[in-house]
Design a protein around this ligand. Structure first.
Ligand code: MN
Length: 273
């Protein structure tokens, strides 16, 4: 999570974002691509395993993505008030980013956990942000319905907000981050994203060593290395026996099981009241 101020700077809206990153060593977008035209407002949630696991909730506004880091992730239960730390605005094209940040700020793995459209419930978004109470609805793959972000931090720390689900037909007791943990982009888990890169990347210098994040990295790196080794073994086997005519039986079992788990829309939660 960012620790710097994320006060709006209308002249150079991504100045903070850019100052925190070295674009020669991160695959993250530099924000120079023009924002595509359109009336609809984009939102996404990126699951980010860095020094700690958190979920970055991003809402498109004025060509950039307003961003909050939510350590526990969104909850569909209106009783849950999820801490949401306001962080620096991100470029619009960050919204599709999924990959591995090898080093520096935010080093770790980013998964595109949800995406869709958002709609403010009041006309003036800037006034709502200024007031510290932004009501909105989400039309994503996993997250839907009405939500609110409320600022709780006093003058000294305006970064502290809460993300709360409003009571509606999409509220309920489903543990959404546990039920639907995979990417909406690649349909994979962290290890699949890492296996697409170099799993041994952090052999001696991983983003987190101790604690929960540290053990998550240990497990993910091991799984990614196995995925990668299996793929390379498969590739070698193919090149050794390129003329083998036998067709692989494409059973419905494994590959599809993963796909359907990722694609499965969450159950419509029951009303809690
Ligand atoms: Mn993050």
């Amino acid at each position: 999570m960012a620790t710097r101020s994320s006060k709006p700077s209308p002249g150079r809206p991504l100045a903070v974002y850019r100052a925190m990153r070295d674009f020669s060593s991160t695959p993250e977008p530099d924000g120079k691509a023009p924002r595509r035209a359109g009336k609809e407002r984009f939102f996404c949630v990126q699951k980010h395993l860095a020094s700690h696991l958190h979920y970055d909730v991003r809402l498109e506004h004025r060509g950039v993505l307003l961003s909050w880091a939510v350590p526990k992730g969104p909850s569909l239960d209106p009783h849950d008030k999820r801490l949401a730390m306001k962080v620096e605005d991100h470029p619009f094209d960050y919204g599709e980013f999924e990959g591995v940040i090898p080093s520096g700020y935010g080093a770790g793995i980013v998964m595109l956990w949800d995406r869709g459209r958002w709609h403010p419930e009041s006309e003036d978004i800037d006034a709502a942000l200024e007031r510290g109470e932004l009501k909105f609805s989400l039309d994503g793959y996993k997250l839907k319905g009405s939500w609110v972000l409320v600022r709780t931090g006093r003058d000294g720390d305006a970064r502290t907000w809460l993300l709360i689900k409003h009571r509606d037909e999409w509220a309920g007791a489903v543990d959404i981050v546990g039920f639907a943990p995979l990417s909406v982009k690649s349909e994979g888990d962290f290890e699949h994203i890492l296996a697409a890169e170099q799993p041994s990347l952090w052999h001696s210098d991983r983003p987190a060593r101790g604690g929960i994040a540290g053990s998550m990295f240990t497990e993910i790196i091991a799984k990614a290395a196995r995925l990668r080794a299996a793929r390379e073994a498969g590739t070698k086997a193919k090149s050794v026996k390129p003329v083998k005519r036998q067709k692989m039986h494409k059973g419905p079992a494994r590959a599809d099981a993963k796909t359907s788990a990722a694609r499965r829309s969450p159950p419509r939660p029951r009303r809690t009241v």
